[in-house]
Design a protein around this ligand. Structure first.
Ligand SMILES: Nc1ncnc2c1ncn2[C@@H]1O[C@H](COP(=O)(O)OP(=O)(O)OP(=O)(O)O)[C@@H](O)[C@H]1O
Length: 227
């Protein structure tokens, strides 16, 4: 069993003294390569904080995040930025596409920033899988929300990252597009053998995962114990 991600004794505290908030408190967390995990919990439970720490966006107060054998907070900020671009694909609620670039340009942007050449056949295949091949020269504004999120998924998987992190990926979509987008997200990570971690409020989205992790007051409660 190959662990692609390990979070060890993760803590994130804001403030000091009586007003201190323990957003994340001693979380241990491990994900196998190829697994699809959902992270659920009420508003304020600490899901986004955990996601940002796992994604190398925000250092924990203490503890360690190991991705594919690399302890990411032992890297310098520049090394971590590079690691993030290569090894972590992000999908956000707000799509975060560059409005002046067309679909194809948006998808290859992170690869170009990394000084690499895009694998054209591979990206064409991803576009076909996601049903947006005929939109490849369109600007994001000409697409529906569901189509924009499919572009964001294509961008996230195009660089063959170790992990795809999706933060409320269906938060801006109606229920039909949500279902389509989640099916496609799951299909693309399976097809390209990637690991997927989704933070969501949506129980239907959470149920698609191989395993659900519930965060309560900054700690993980075993999902099996709740169901
Ligand atoms: N920069 C900050 N400064 C102080 N407290 C913070 C900061 N960021 C988050 N918190 C607190 O940490 C706790 C966890 O917040 P977090 O955003 O991770 O929750 P969440 O589960 O993602 O919530 P939501 O589902 O509403 O996005 C909350 O009590 C929040 O108020």
């Amino acid at each position: 069993m190959f662990l692609i991600l390990e979070g060890k004794q993760l803590c994130k505290y804001y403030g000091v003294g009586e007003s201190q908030v323990k957003a994340i408190d001693q979380i241990d967390f491990a994900v196998k390569k190829g697994e699809f995990i959902s992270i659920v919990g009420q508003s304020g439970a600490g899901k986004s904080t955990l996601m940002h720490i796992i994604g190398g966006l925000d250092a924990p107060t203490s503890g360690e995040v190991i991705i594919g054998g690399t302890s990411i907070y032992q890297l310098t900020a520049n090394q971590r930025a590079l690691f993030r671009r290569r090894e972590i694909g992000f999908v956000f609620q707000a799509f975060n596409l560059v409005p002046s670039l067309n679909v194809w340009e948006n998808i290859i942007l992170p690869i170009g920033l990394d000084g690499k050449k895009a694998d054209v056949d591979y990206i064409q295949d991803i576009l076909h899988s996601l049903g947006i091949y005929d939109k490849r020269t369109s600007l994001p504004t000409a697409l529906s929300g569901g189509q924009q999120q499919r572009v964001a998924i294509a961008r996230a998987v195009a660089a063959r990252p170790s992990i795809v992190l999706a933060d409320e990926p269906t938060g801006n979509l109606d229920s039909r597009s949500s279902g389509d987008v989640m099916d496609l997200l799951r299909l693309s990570v399976q097809k390209y053998n990637q690991t997927l971690i989704v933070v969501t409020h949506n129980d239907e989205v959470a149920r698609l995962a191989d395993r659900t992790v519930r965060v309560v007051d900054g700690s993980i409660v075993a999902a099996e114990a709740i169901r």
